[in-house]
Write a protein that binds this ligand. Structure first.
Ligand SMILES: Cc1cc2nc3c(=O)[nH]c(=O)nc-3n(C[C@H](O)[C@H](O)[C@H](O)COP(=O)(O)OP(=O)(O)OC[C@H]3O[C@@H](n4cnc5c(N)ncnc54)[C@H](O)[C@@H]3O)c2cc1C
Length: 399
C-alpha cells in the first residue's frame, strides 16, 4: 500500500480549500522554519479550464473587498482580472409589497465598486492554476476522502483508491455535506429554510448599469447580479415545493414571469440560459476544530445567500486559519490549542452573519400588513440616513 507524509492535508479544492492551500504554500515558502513542509489538496473533480467563449457558469459569487484582498495576497486576483470579472458600483434593494427602497452607491463611500461578481468555476480554476505553480503542494485530483483515523501524533487519511496519507493536520474544506466533518464525528446544527434558489443567466432589454438589483417578496428575494458582458446572473429564492415548476416552466412564460417579478426594472428578459436550483439552509458545525482537524467554509457553516456572504465568510476562515497555522511555534500544526484560536477568531462573525441573514429572511417574509408597513417605512427612512446606510454597506463589504 502506498503511503505519503504531509504536514497539512486539505480535503476539498473548492474556492475556500484552494485559498487556504495557496496562503499556506506561500507562508511555508517564505519562512525557513517551514521550508520543508508539504501540503496535499484532495479534490474530487478537476475544475474546468477557463475559456472566454464558454457560457457563464450558473454559480457566481459576489466577492467582497476583504475576499479580494485575500485573493490578492494569494496572487490569484491578478489572474482573475484577466478573465471574466464584473465590478458592481451600486446596489438597489426594494420591497415587493410596498414602496420601500434603499440604494447603495460605491461613490457615496468613496470606493470604486461595492464588490465583484465572479463565476465560481473561474475562481476555483484560477486557484488551481496557482496551486500548480507551488512546488510544496501536491494536487491529488480526481480523488476522494474515504476514511480518516486520528492518532495521538498524526492523522491517517485513506483515499478512494486506497492511497494512504499521513499528516499532522486535516482541514475539511469539502463543502456543506463534508465527509471530513462526518468522519471526524463533528455534529452539525442545521435549519432547513424550506426555500431553494433558482439560478440562471439572463439578458435584459435595459442595461444592468453595473448595479446589483434585488426585490424582496414574502416568498423570497429575486436578485440580478451584473455580469461583464451585460447579462445578469439571477438567484431567485422560492419555496422549495414550488421551485421545480419554475425550473421546468416554458421559456417564454419564465422570461415574462421574471421580468414582472423584477418590476420591469431592466425591461423584458430577452434570453435565458438553462436553469438549476439549490436548497437553502443555515448550518453551524458544533465544533470547527478537534485535535488534528479543522473545518473551514461550507464544511463549517452555511447561510442563506440573500446577501451573498457564504464564500466570503469561508475565505475569511481560510485567511484566519492560515494566519494561526503559520504562527505555530512547533513543527506540529495539528495541536488543539492553536486550532482553538482559529475557531475563536471566526465563529462569532460566522454566527452573527448567519443570524443577520435569518433576520432579513424573516422580516421580508412577513405578509402581516402592519409589519409590511413598518418595513417599507423603515427602508425609506434608512435610505435617507447616509451614515447608517454607509456603515451597513461597509459591513457587507467586510471593511
Ligand atoms: C444559489 C447560491 C448562490 C450563492 N451566492 C453567493 C454569493 O453571491 N456570494 C457568496 O459569498 N456566497 C454565495 N453562495 C455560497 C457559496 O457558493 C458557498 O459558500 C461556497 O461555494 C462554499 O465554498 P467551499 O469551498 O467551502 O465549498 P464548495 O464550493 O462546496 O467546495 C467543496 C469542494 O470539495 C470537493 N469535495 C467534496 N467532497 C469531497 C470529498 N469527499 N473528497 C474530495 N473532495 C471533495 C468538491 O468537489 C468541491 O470542489 C451561494 C450559494 C448558493 C447555493
Amino acid at each position: 500500500m502506498k503511503t505519503k507524509d504531509y504536514d497539512l492535508i486539505i480535503i476539498g479544492g473548492g474556492m475556500v480549500g484552494s485559498t487556504l492551500a495557496c496562503l499556506m504554500a506561500q507562508g511555508f515558502a517564505q519562512n525557513a522554519r517551514h521550508a520543508k513542509k508539504r501540503i496535499a489538496v484532495i479534490e474530487a473533480f478537476e475544475p474546468s479550464r477557463f475559456d472566454p467563449q464558454q457560457p457563464y457558469d450558473l454559480r457566481v459569487s459576489a466577492i467582497s473587498a476583504v475576499s479580494r484582498q485575500i485573493l490578492q495576497q494569494t496572487g490569484v486576483w491578478q489572474a482573475l482580472q484577466n478573465k471574466r470579472i464584473s465590478p458592481y458600483e451600486a446596489m438597489h434593494v426594494w420591497d415587493g409589497t410596498g414602496d420601500g427602497e434603499i440604494h447603495f452607491n460605491a461613490a457615496e463611500i468613496g470606493v470604486a465598486n461595492l464588490g465583484h461578481i465572479i463565476e465560481n468555476n473561474v475562481i476555483q480554476s484560477s486557484l488551481a492554476e496557482k496551486i500548480s505553480q507551488f512546488s510544496n503542494i501536491d494536487w491529488l485530483c480526481p480523488q476522494r476522502l474515504k476514511a480518516l483515523r486520528i492518532e495521538e501524533d498524526h492523522a491517517r487519511v485513506t483515499l478512494d483508491d486506497n492511497t494512504l496519507l499521513t499528516t499532522h493536520l486535516v482541514v475539511g474544506a469539502d463543502g456543506a455535506h463534508s465527509k471530513c466533518r462526518e468522519l471526524a464525528g463533528i455534529a452539525v446544527d442545521r435549519e432547513h429554510y424550506g426555500q431553494s434558489g433558482l439560478v440562471a443567466v439572463v439578458t435584459t432589454e435595459v442595461s444592468h448599469q453595473a448595479t446589483a438589483w434585488q426585490r424582496f417578496m414574502p416568498s423570497g428575494p429575486l436578485a440580478f447580479l451584473p455580469l461583464a458582458d451585460g447579462s445578469s446572473s439571477i438567484v431567485w429564492t422560492l419555496p422549495s415545493d414550488r421551485c421545480p415548476a419554475y425550473v421546468a416552466m416554458d421559456e417564454s412564460k419564465f422570461k415574462s414571469t421574471v421580468a414582472e417579478t423584477l418590476d420591469y426594472k431592466l425591461g423584458a428578459i430577452t434570453s435565458v440560459s438553462q436553469r438549476a436550483a439549490f436548497p437553502f439552509y443555515g448550518s453551524q458545525a458544533k465544533n470547527y476544530v478537534k485535535p488534528r482537524i479543522a473545518l473551514i467554509g461550507d464544511a463549517a457553516h452555511t447561510i442563506h445567500p440573500l446577501a451573498g456572504q457564504g464564500v466570503n465568510l469561508g475565505i475569511k476562515d481560510a485567511a484566519a486559519l492560515a494566519k494561526q497555522l503559520l504562527k505555530t511555534p512547533t513543527a506540529d500544526l495539528g495541536l488543539l490549542k492553536g486550532l482553538r484560536r482559529y475557531e475563536r477568531a471566526r465563529r462569532g462573525d460566522n454566527v452573527t452573519t448567519m443570524r443577520a441573514m435569518e433576520g432579513f429572511r424573516l422580516l421580508f417574509g412577513h405578509s402581516n400588513p402592519f409589519v409590511m408597513n413598518v418595513r417599507n417605512l423603515g427602508l425609506n427612512a434608512l435610505n435617507k440616513l447616509p451614515v447608517i446606510k454607509n456603515e451597513i454597506i461597509r459591513k457587507a463589504m467586510g471593511v
